[in-house]
Design a protein around this ligand. Structure first.
Ligand code: ADP
Length: 630
C-alpha cells in the first residue's frame, strides 16, 4: 500500500505524456494535410502565373505577326516587364534586324540564327552570369505572312523573383519554399525566412512542365507549440520526480518515526515492567500538590487506582483527617526551600487502615531547569514500626520479668537467709524472757543473750544489705564473642547434674570459630535454661534415650544454635503458653525461663523458637547475629 502513491504518480505522468504525444501526432497529421494542400495551392499558383506569362507573350507574338507597330510592342513589353518583376529580360528577335530589342536596354542578348523554331518552348534553368541570377527562358515564335517564322519573343524569368512575387506572405510565413533541380538536387530558388527553424516535415512536387526537371519543396516552420509541449512534458516529469522523491523522503522519515515509536514502546514496556516490579511507591506532584504521576506500588499502598488520583488536588483522600493541616503546612514549607528531604508521616488506606510511611522527596526540575514540583519515594514502614514497638514492649516485658525474677530470687534468698538469723533472734528473745522470769539469773546472762540477739539481728541486716547490693539492674552489654567458649562454659555449669542423671551431650560445632555479637552472661543464662529444661525432660526417660544434641551452624548473617533432647517433647497443653511467663507444668517450676530466654535472644536481634522434632523430643533453636571478626 505504501508504494501506491508513487505508482499512481507514475501512471499519471505516463498518461499525460501519452496524451501530449497523441495530441502532437494529431497535430502532425493535421500539419501534413495542410502542408499538402498549401503545396498544391502554391504549385497551382506558380503554374497559373507561368501560363499567364506564356499567354501574354503569345498574344504579343500574334500582334507582331499581324503587323503591330514596333513602338507599341515595345511599350507593351515594358508594361509587362514593369508589372511582373520576375520577368528579368525580354528580347524581341527579328530576322530583319541585326540586333534584338532587349529589355532592360543594354542587356547583351546573343543574336539568333536560322532556322527559327516554329513552336513555343521552356528551357531548363540556367545561371546567368551578367545578372547573377538563376533564370528560366521561354520563347514564342513570330510568324510572317507566309506562315514562316520571322522572329521570336523570349523572356528570362528569375525563379527567386517568381517565388517572391507570386507567393503571398501568409503562405511564406508558414513554409520554407524552395525550387530544387532534380538532376543535381541543388536548390535553385528560395523563399526562406532564415530566422525560423523548419520541422522534419516536408512535401515536394514536380513543377515540370513548365519548369523542366524542377520540383517545388515546402517545409513548415516549427511553431513554438512543440517546444512548449516538450517544456510542459519536462516540467510534468520533473514535478512527478519531485513528488516521488519527496514521497520517498517521507517514507524514510515515516520509517524512522516508526522505528522510534517501536523503540519508545519497548522503552515504555520496560518502564512499565520496572514500575510494576517496584515495591517502593513513587509519586510526582506539582507545586500546588496536584498529583502528576503515581506508580502501581503507590496505588497498592493507598488503595486508589492511578486514574482516580492523577490530577487530584490536595487534600488527598489518603491523608488521615488529623494530619491535613500538618501536611499542607509541610507542602508550603517545602516549596519555600526546594531541597531533597526525608520525613515520616502516616497514610490512611482506602479501607481505613493507617500506615506508617517514610517519604523521601526531591525537587522535580523540568528540562528548562525550572522547579515544577516534587518527586517522592514512599515506603511503608508500618511493619518496621510494629517490630520496633514489639521489641520495645518485649524489652519492657523482659525488664519486668527480670525484675520479677530478681524479686523472686531476692525474696527466696532473703527468706532463706533471714530464716536462720530471725529464728535465732526469736529463740534468743525467748531465752531472755525466760531469764527475766528466772530470779536466779544474772544480768550478765541476760546481757550475753541480748548481745547474741543483737548479733543475729545485725547479721539479718547484713543479709538484707548484701542482697540489696546484689540486686542491680543490668543492661545487656553486646560484645564480639566467640560462640564455642560460651557453649562450653554453660555446659560446665550443669556438667555435674548431667553426670548424675547419666545424660550424654553431643556437641556439633563447625571447625572455624564463629563470632557473635552477644552479652556473654545473658547467652550463658539462655543456654543454661534450655539445657536445664532438656535435662529435666530426660530425667525419667530410658537410659539410652538420655541424650542432648547441641548443633551450631551459620545461616546467612546468623549463627543458628539448636538444642534437641530425646525426651517426651512439649506437652500439647503447654504449646500455646510455652513462652508466656509463669506457665509451667512442673511442681517447683516458675515458668519464666523460656520467656526470659526469648526476651534475651530478641534483645540480641535474634529469634528463639520451638520445633517439635519428627522422631521424638523437643528442639529449641535460636539465632544470633554473626559478628565480623578482625
Ligand atoms: P519452668 O522450666 O520453670 O517450667 P520454662 O519457661 O523454662 O519454665 O518452661 C516452661 C514449660 O515448657 C515447662 O514447664 C515444660 O512443660 C515445657 N518445656 C520446656 N522445655 C522442655 C523440654 N525440653 N521438653 C519438654 N517440655 C519442655
Amino acid at each position: 500500500m505504501s508504494y501506491a502513491p508513487i505508482i499512481a504518480i507514475a501512471i499519471i505522468v505516463i498518461l499525460i505524456t501519452l496524451f501530449i504525444l497523441l495530441l502532437r501526432k494529431d497535430r502532425v497529421d493535421e500539419l501534413r494535410t495542410k502542408l499538402i494542400e498549401d503545396a498544391l495551392w502554391v504549385e497551382q499558383n506558380l503554374f497559373f502565373q507561368l501560363r499567364t506569362h506564356e499567354e501574354n507573350l503569345e498574344r504579343l507574338a500574334l500582334e507582331i505577326s499581324k503587323g503591330q507597330d514596333p513602338e507599341v510592342v515595345l511599350t507593351r513589353l515594358e508594361h509587362i516587364k514593369g508589372i511582373h518583376p520576375e520577368l528579368q529580360i525580354i528580347s524581341w528577335f527579328d530576322l530583319q534586324r541585326d540586333e534584338p530589342l532587349t529589355l532592360p536596354r543594354g542587356y547583351n542578348a546573343q543574336p539568333i540564327t536560322a532556322p527559327l523554331p516554329r513552336f513555343k518552348a521552356w528551357f531548363p534553368a540556367r545561371k546567368d552570369e551578367q545578372l547573377n541570377e538563376v533564370l528560366v527562358d521561354f520563347q514564342v515564335p513570330i510568324f510572317g505572312a507566309n506562315n514562316q517564322p520571322t522572329g521570336l519573343l523570349r523572356t528570362s524569368l528569375s525563379l527567386n523573383q517568381l517565388l517572391t512575387s507570386q507567393i503571398p506572405w501568409w503562405v511564406a510565413g508558414q513554409y520554407e519554399i524552395v525550387l530544387v533541380d532534380n538532376n543535381s538536387d541543388r536548390v535553385i530558388a528560395r523563399r526562406v525566412n532564415t530566422a525560423l527553424k523548419t520541422s522534419e516535415l516536408s512535401y515536394s512536387m514536380s513543377v515540370d512542365p513548365p519548369l523542366h526537371g524542377v520540383r517545388l519543396q515546402l517545409k513548415p516552420y516549427t511553431s513554438g507549440s512543440t517546444s512548449t509541449q516538450t517544456l510542459l512534458i519536462i516540467v510534468i516529469v520533473g514535478l512527478a520526480l519531485f513528488a516521488i522523491i519527496s514521497l520517498l523522503v517521507q517514507y524514510y522519515y515515516a520509517r524512522k518515526r516508526q522505528q522510534a515509536e517501536h523503540a519508545l514502546l519497548d522503552e515504555q514496556a520496560f518502564r512499565r515492567a520496572m514500575e510494576n516490579s517496584m515495591t517502593t511507591g513513587m509519586r510526582a506532584r506539582d507545586l500546588e500538590g496536584r498529583i502528576l504521576y503515581v506508580n502501581p506500588a503507590f496505588c497498592r499502598l493507598v488503595g486508589w487506582e492511578a486514574n482516580e488520583i492523577t490530577g487530584l488536588a490536595p487534600p488527598m483522600p489518603w491523608w488521615p483527617p488529623d494530619m491535613v493541616n500538618e501536611t499542607l503546612d509541610r507542602h508550603y514549607q517545602q516549596n519555600r526551600m526546594p531541597t531533597a528531604q526525608s520525613f515520616e508521616t502516616r497514610f490512611q488506606h482506602r479501607d481505613g487502615s493507617i500506615l506508617d510511611i517514610q517519604v523521601h522527596e526531591a525537587p522535580l526540575i523540568n528540562n528548562q531547569g525550572k522547579h515544577v514540583g516534587w518527586m517522592g519515594s514512599i515506603i511503608d514502614i508500618s511493619s518496621r514500626k510494629a517490630q520496633e514497638e514489639r521489641t520495645s514492649q518485649q524489652a519492657e516485658q523482659l525488664q519486668k520479668t527480670a525484675h520479677l525474677m530478681s524479686m523472686g530470687e531476692v525474696a527466696s534468698t532473703l527468706a532463706h537467709e533471714l530464716n536462720q538469723p530471725l529464728s535465732a533472734v526469736a529463740s534468743y528473745a525467748a531465752g531472755c524472757l525466760n531469764l527475766l522470769e528466772d530470779a536466779d539469773s544474772s544480768p550478765d546472762d541476760l546481757r550475753s543473750g541480748l548481745q547474741n540477739l543483737a548479733a543475729q539481728n545485725k547479721r539479718a541486716g547484713e543479709i538484707v544489705r548484701r542482697t540489696n547490693d546484689f540486686v542491680r539492674k543490668r543492661e545487656p552489654l553486646l560484645k564480639q564473642e566467640q560462640l564455642r567458649p560460651i557453649v562450653l562454659d554453660s555446659l560446665s555449669f550443669i556438667h555435674n547434674e548431667m553426670l548424675k542423671h547419666k545424660v550424654r551431650v553431643m556437641l556439633d560445632i563447625p571447625e572455624a570459630d564463629l563470632y557473635v555479637m552477644a552479652d556473654r552472661i545473658m547467652i550463658e543464662q539462655v543456654l543454661f535454661n534450655l539445657l536445664r529444661n532438656a535435662l529435666e525432660a530426660l530425667k525419667n526417660q530410658p537410659l539410652d534415650q538420655r541424650k542432648i544434641d547441641i548443633n551450631i551452624q551459620t545461616r546467612g548473617q546468623y549463627a543458628l544454635i539448636a538444642i534437641s533432647d530425646q525426651g517426651p517433647g512439649v506437652a500439647p497443653e503447654m504449646m500455646p503458653l510455652l513462652f508466656q511467663p509463669f506457665s509451667t507444668n512442673k511442681v517447683n517450676g516458675m515458668g519464666i525461663g523460656l520467656n526470659i530466654c526469648r526476651s534475651i535472644i530478641e534483645l540480641h536481634r535474634g529469634t528463639l523458637w520451638y520445633e517439635s522434632s519428627a522422631s521424638h523430643g523437643a528442639t529449641f533453636v535460636f539465632t544470633l547475629p554473626l559478628a565480623k571478626h578482625d
